[in-house]
Write a protein that binds this ligand. Structure first.
Ligand code: HEM
Ligand code: CU
Length: 584
């Protein structure tokens, strides 16, 4: 039985999926409305950030097509330099959009899954604090006082306000971790012996992973960058900072994709009329991510001094290992879709694919996102290999890679999810499936063309983070670059059209009146072919092994300390403090 106080009528039915929790009372209508409102604020803030961030992208694509638009009066009035635009693009898209969307999404899902009545005041406080941090960091970004690119590597130095705002924004996400873990723990105590429902399990494991991952950047910003930018310390050690940055910086990519995995596993089968293949396997995948996502960051530092090759190699192998749960995901989700397609009469070895609901933008966005992720993941293995890394490191290949991972696997999934989530939160209706589909397919095509152009340019040695269109060096004018440059420029145009279509659909939906009961668009829970069951006593060993997330959380923290302790210890023993630079 539950410990929640004073249930108030009227009641909203609990989720209809088989693993739904029946011992908690249904969440009451007022709290549900409140929960939906705060989630909506997170999601809308996220998409506002994406809107601004994405509008800068095509300018950069034109740069890599050899076309310099940064001296145009309008653009000059808005952006002081290519690099200010690039800093805004990276921060708004990769850090702000993702974190806000995920905070709303992974607060809402477990609360609904468990039927828990959360502390709404705390949820609003967290949202407002996160937004305050964002606005603080935005001031120096917009005034060209923090043109540091989204990695803000020292000794490049920005205004203290940027680091303080970023710390508050990232720190607020840890409050969401606290709220969700506490919610789950209260449920555990109220339901001894029960198996955690799958969506909650995936959300809690992801938040736990993010907590361990975030420690690197939290230590970097609080311990090194803020005191340094305030002039309290004489200098900063760039290598130590960079190492702490990549402690978080690689794992953050799993913080970006796992929330999409939740949807691919739990909801995507439903859109296709299929079932989750195996809940126990899904739980295993998330546990591997919890344990193995973080101690891999040195694959970003193969060429850095004062870090031994032994540790670089260990991190490299751990990176290869973390490809395994993604492969498990690709096969499981494909099987779930095949299950749906065959139920709809699909036949043949591959013929079933034609029976999938490709015209449904909610579905196609997420499947195209997955396809993109398969290609991106393959490229990731190349990036992480010590032997290949020197070929692609810091070339256009790298942005080519992460636009088909975070820029498509995550972004396109969130776009697709928004198409049902916003009606579900607000009772508003999606205005046009055709326009939404057009947005989704053009995003996919645009990003595929972009990836082709950028990977190709990278292999030919074009550097990333360079205003190549404004340089006099004819190395960037050779004939062999003509085609990849043209492809990159073309992709920028396709993606601009796609973004305009998507945001048109999104804002028309948001600005329209409420026309239906929000709950008439349900959370698309899928059934499972092989469920985890409800009671631990009768569950399989795999389910029982994956249930104690608290213990696994501690193990994951210890693993990170083991894999980073000696590396950071050595750097601390040989500190090299240097003063800050402003290059902008
Ligand atoms: C309209 C779509 C987009 C286009 C045309 C685009 C284009 C580009 C280009 C050409 C670069 C490389 C710039 C350089 O290295 O000098 C870049 C960098 C980047 N983009 Fe995008 N992008 C788009 C959307 C996105 C999205 C959706 C995300 C993430 C959610 C994203 C995240 C990033 C990040 C993190 C960087 C690296 C910034 C840095 O190096 O500091 N982009 N983008
Ligand atoms: Cu990485």
């Amino acid at each position: 039985m539950t410990t929640h106080p004073t249930p108030a009528p009227p009641m909203i039915p609990a989720p209809e999926h088989p693993a739904a929790v029946r011992t908690l009372p249904a969440i009451d209508a007022a709290s549900l409305t409140g929960l939906k409102k705060v989630t909506q604020y997170y999601v809308v803030t996220a998409f506002l950030a994406l809107l601004i961030g994405v509008l800068i992208g095509p300018l950069q694509a034109l740069n890599y097509a050899g076309i310099d638009v940064y001296s145009f009066p309008l653009i000059k009035a808005l952006l002081k330099s290519y690099y200010q635009g690039l800093s805004l693009h990276g921060v708004l898209n990769a850090l702000v959009f993702t974190q806000f969307f995920i905070s709303g999404w992974m607060l809402y899902l477990p609360a609904r899954d468990l039927g828990a009545r959360i502390n709404l005041k705390f949820a609003w406080f967290t949202y407002l604090l996160m937004t305050a941090g964002l606005l603080m960091a935005a001031v120096p970004l917009l005034t060209n006082h923090a043109t540091l690119l989204y990695t803000f590597y020292p000794p490049m130095q920005g205004d203290a306000l940027f680091y303080i705002g970023a710390a508050i924004m990232v720190g607020s996400s840890l409050l969401v971790v606290g709220q969700v873990v506490a919610m789950w723990w209260a449920w555990k105590r109220a339901n001894p012996g029960r198996v955690t429902p799958l969506v909650t399990f995936m959300s809690v494991a992801t938040w736990m992973m993010w907590f361990v991952a975030s420690l690197g950047i939290v230590i970097e910003v609080l311990g090194l960058l803020i005191p340094w930018s305030l002039g309290l310390t004489p200098g900063v050690d760039p290598l130590l900072s960079k190492t702490l940055f990549w402690w978080t910086g690689h794992a953050i990519v799993y913080f970006w994709v796992l929330p999409a995995y939740i949807s691919w596993y739990a909801f995507l089968p439903r859109h296709a009329g299929g079932r989750i293949v195996s809940e126990p396997l899904t739980r295993l995948v998330f546990v591997i991510f919890l344990l193995n996502s973080v101690p891999v960051g040195l694959h970003h530092q193969f060429s850095d001094p004062n870090i031994s090759n032994l540790w670089k190699t260990i991190h490299m192998f751990l990176t290869f290992l973390i490809a395994v749960p993604s492969l498990l995901t690709a096969f499981s989700v494909a099987a779930a879709l095949e299950d749906g397609a065959r139920a709809r009469g699909g036949q043949g070895l591959l013929g079933w694919i034609t029976k999938l609901p490709w015209g449904n933008a909610i579905f196609s966005a997420q499947v195209l996102a997955m396809i993109s992720f398969i290609l991106g993941g393959a490229g990731g293995i190349v990036n992480a290999s010590a032997s290949f890394a020197p070929v692609v490191h810091n070339t256009a290949w790298i942005p080519g890679h992460f636009h088909i991972t975070v820029g498509t696997a995550t972004t396109l999934s969130f776009m697709g999810i928004a198409l049902w989530l916003i009606p579900h939160l607000t009772g508003k209706r999606m205005p046009s499936m055709r326009l939404a589909s057009a947005a989704v397919w053009t995003w996919f095509v645009g990003m595929m063309v972009f990836a082709l152009g950028m990977h190709w340019q990278g292999l030919l040695g074009v550097t990333r983070r360079a205003q190549v269109s404004a340089t006099a060096q004819d190395i960037y004018q050779t004939a062999e670059l003509a085609l990849p440059k043209a492809l990159t420029g073309l992709s920028g145009v396709i993606l601009l059209v796609s973004a305009l279509l998507f945001f048109y659909v999104l804002f028309r939906m948001l600005l329209s009146p409420r026309v239906q009961d929000p709950e008439s668009t349900p959370i698309p829970y899928s059934e499972a072919i092989s469920p985890a069951g409800e009671q631990l006593a009768t569950a399989t060993p795999l389910v029982r092994l994956t249930e104690p997330l608290m213990v696994l959380w501690i193990i994951s923290l210890l693993l990170v300390l083991m894999m980073y302790g000696p590396v950071i210890g050595k750097l601390l023993g040989n500190l090299q403090l240097v003063p800050g630079w402003r290059l902008y």
